[in-house]
Design a protein around this ligand. Structure first.
Ligand code: AMP
Ligand code: GLY
Length: 424
């Protein structure tokens, strides 16, 4: 199989690393990729949103399977464009990707199919939203409808904060057109977890549940980021809870999307809030999580190329999935200042001291300088992953590896996985 991965983050590096191990893969391309991905795939300089360019490349190189990493090309309709040309691609159609692309769409969908989620109201009119905010109870959450790079959910504690958040979304257009519709949503307390299902339109396979750490500072303080670290499997998602999540959330989502005439094919990533063994949907995403993929894919014992190819052809039911019994922990190394402004071009040292047998290092914001040095080139720079039979050991190990890597201003959370310790 000739495979094309789309994206340039550590998630796509993890995908490339896993696919590189498949005996079914003869050639692996990544657009646009990064210096880490270039070690296992041929990187081609086509941007993730250049659907025409990607289509051209896939046709010219007779790509057997295309795997978009990030949400933007999916929400823009890359799957429809590829399928119209008879090309195989693993992901949801533009309409099905609305589960992530429009929070108003996904909320209405969940209401219609009785899928547990926070109660919410949607607004396109600023005055109407403010009038509602005057009467609602606090805290609550103001959310921009569209894609906002993980920053479109604002937790507010009183009417004044709600009014400010509504102004930011609807009047100042801080999230562009994503904020012209908003939701005002009930605040859910509890602990978050991410569950992933590989879907083929009718059937699905569940991967190991993971827990992300979205806030920038230890103790979940500070602004939200793309994700500062993960571990899997997440013990808060017990087998019983996972069964319930399948019955109450995954199965009705897949059958509901079929009934709507928008069968869901691709990764269904469900962000859950869990309290007292009850799970509610915080959000749907239509792709692998980053940094969730960095811990889930190493635990997967099944050939990923085969799984995704079969899923893309509606045949996931033919696949059996195997998971390692180990736990994996990932710590993200970021540029100082992230998620605010940060500097780039800092030389990264210490990667040669990392034992490749024991650790995985996935690149995101890295590039090669004019003289060939590996330098920082983004907010999240590297994902370092350790796996072992014991969760505590994986945690200890990962920080030993992290200690060996350096660049000016390097920042990482010191408490990745701390929340899980109570389960062991
Ligand atoms: P979203 O973009 O909807 O995934 O929201 C981003 C983050 O905001 C989530 O991961 C939660 O940490 C938080 N959040 C979103 N909705 C709620 C809610 N209804 N109650 C509590 N926290 C929420
Ligand atoms: N780590 C959360 C996300 O990928 O959306």
């Amino acid at each position: 199989m000739k495979i094309l991965i789309i994206g340039s983050g550590a998630r796509e590096h993890a995908l490339a690393w896993k696919l590189h191990q498949s005996r079914q893969v003869t050639e692996l391309f990544c657009a646009p990729g990064n210096p880490g991905i270039a070690e296992v795939a041929s990187c081609v300089p086509i941007a993730v949103n250049n659907i025409e360019g990607l289509l051209d490349f896939a046709e010219k190189h007779q790509i057997d399977l295309t795997i978009p990493g990030p949400e933007a090309p999916l929400v823009a309709g890359i799957v429809d464009a590829f399928e119209a040309k008879g090309l195989t691609i693993f992901g949801p159609s533009k309409k099905a990707a609305s589960l992530e692309g429009s929070k108003v769409f996904s909320k209405n969908f969940m209401k219609n199919y009785h899928i547990p989620a926070a109660a919410s109201e949607s607004f396109t009119d600023y005055e109407a939203a403010v009038a509602y905010a005057e009467t609602t109870s606090y805290p609550c959450v103001v959310k921009a409808d569209g894609l906002a790079a993980g920053k479109g959910a604002i937790i507010v504690h009183d009417f004044k904060e709600a009014q400010l958040a509504l102004q930011r979304c609807m009047l100042k257009k801080e999230f562009g057109s994503a904020g012209s519709k908003v939701l005002i949503e009930e605040f859910l307390s509890g602990e978050e977890a991410s569950v992933f299902a590989l879907c083929d339109g009718k059937n699905y396979i569940v991967l190991a549940p993971a827990q992300d750490h979205k806030a920038i500072f230890d103790g979940d303080k500070g602004p939200n980021t793309g994700g500062m670290g993960t571990y899997a499997p997440a013990p808060i998602v017990t087998n019983d809870l996972l069964e319930k999540v399948e019955k109450e959330i995954i199965q009705p989502t897949i059958s509901g999307m079929q009934q709507e005439g928008t069968a869901y094919k691709g990764v269904l990533f469900i962000g859950l809030m869990i309290e007292n063994d009850q799970a509610k949907v915080l959000e749907y995403n239509c792709r692998f999580g980053d940094p969730e993929a960095q811990v889930i894919l190493p635990l997967l014992k099944t050939d990923l190329a085969e799984l995704l190819f079969k899923a893309a052809h509606g045949k996931i039911a033919e696949c059996k999935i195997g998971h390692s019994r180990q736990s994996a922990v990932c710590v993200v190394l970021a540029s100082g200042g992230y998620p605010g402004p940060y500097e780039s071009g800092k030389v990264i040292t210490g990667l040669k001291n990392i034992d490749e047998e024991q650790f995985l290092v996935f690149h995101s914001g890295t590039s090669l300088s004019a003289n060939g040095e590996l330098v920082t080139a983004g907010g999240r720079v590297l994902s370092v992953v350790a796996q072992s039979d014991n969760f505590n050991t994986s945690r200890e190990f990962v920080y030993k590896a992290v200690d060996k890597i350096d660049f000016e201003g390097v920042y990482y959370r010191k408490d990745i996985g701390a929340k899980a310790l109570k389960y062991f």
